[in-house]
Design a protein around this ligand. Structure first.
Ligand code: ATP
Length: 294
């Protein structure tokens, strides 16, 4: 089994569905409200565990009711939460308003995620014992840099999802093996809107890049090789939330099993295509048996 450490966020998504989002200073009446466990770190952890990985989550929840529910959800998915700390104060929350066109506006309040500014010996040891380390940018950058550096010094492969997009220092990218931005993040990080051009520029800073392109699939590029476009399975998408995290979590499992890139991408694309056919994020992430049967 592939041992994967995820250094990342856990958030409770507080989702209000409304005909139209309120304007500045305005109040509108919504149609429905849901609380959904999320956070890019937790979502990637759930995706990797369901895809067949042995997953350790490193991060923090708050000492509130959301924290308990976030931890329970991860454990239910088979994720090891021994290194998911309980910090004083509220858990991370994402306040999401979805209008009738499906467009959303989001305010993320980091809460407990914000206290993860450094790693302890337990976290460093868990990273060293893993085959891969998955990171995103919803924790303080100092912890992400420390995790990436620790992983690299132990020969642990590092994968970074650069979301939310922000300028990335060399002290982080110098320790990243594979960068997986979506099309918008790739454009923002490179200054190039066209994915091939963006990937080429990003390859100056990391050895391998996969730009995910939604329904169009993804573009894989490695230093010294020709970029390859992998098409996504053609499916009827009902909700693409969590597609990127499903892709990365299942990709990590397949890479950790030593599968060649083309095979690992096919596995990840199949998993993400299953995710988009159901509503929700972590709830719609497929199990290994479903991925293999698709
Ligand atoms: P999200 O923020 O919605 O979780 P993302 O913006 O991080 O996703 P995308 O590039 O939209 O990432 O999607 C990631 C992967 O999911 C794609 O590379 C593709 O394999 C798969 N995918 C996304 N949308 C579709 C779709 N409509 N049909 C099939 N596969 C899809």
């Amino acid at each position: 089994m592939t041992r994967i450490a995820v250094l990342g966020s856990t958030n409770m998504d507080l989702v209000a569905y409304t005909a139209r989002a309120p304007g500045h200073g305005e109040t509108v009446t919504g149609r429905e409200f849901r609380t959904v466990p999320g956070g890019k770190g937790a979502n990637q952890a759930v995706a990797a565990a369901r895809a067949g990985g042995e997953v350790m989550m490193i991060g923090a929840v708050g000492d509130d009711a959301y924290g308990t529910r976030l931890r329970d959800g991860l454990e239910h998915a088979g994720v090891d939460t021994d290194l998911l700390h309980t910090a004083e104060g509220p858990s991370g929350t994402a306040h999401i308003v979805v209008d009738e066109t499906g467009a959303n506006s989001i305010v993320v309040v980091p809460g407990a995620n914000g206290v993860v500014t450094a790693l302890g010996p337990g976290e460093i040891a868990a990273i060293a014992e893993s085959e891969l380390l998955l990171m995103q940018l919803e924790l303080p950058l100092s912890a992400v840099v420390e995790g990436a550096r620790a992983a690299r010094s132990q020969g642990v492969r590092t994968i970074l999802t650069p979301s939310p997009a922000q300028p990335l220092p060399d002290e982080l990218l110098d320790h990243i093996d594979l960068l997986v931005p979506n099309e918008h993040e790739a454009a923002e990080l490179s200054g190039q809107a066209e994915p091939h051009a963006a990937a080429q520029l990003l390859l100056r800073r990391v050895p391998e890049v996969i730009v995910t392109l939604g329904a169009k699939g993804c573009l894989y590029a490695a230093r010294g090789g020709e970029p390859v476009l992998f098409e996504a399975p053609s499916v009827n998408a009902v909700d693409t939330t969590g597609a990127g995290d499903t892709f990365v979590g299942s990709l990590a499992v397949a890479l950790g099993e030593g599968r060649p890139v083309a095979e690992a991408v096919a596995f990840a694309s199949a998993a993400a295509a299953l995710c988009v056919q159901k509503p929700g994020a972590s709830t719609s992430m497929p199990y290994r048996s479903e991925i293999e049967a698709s």
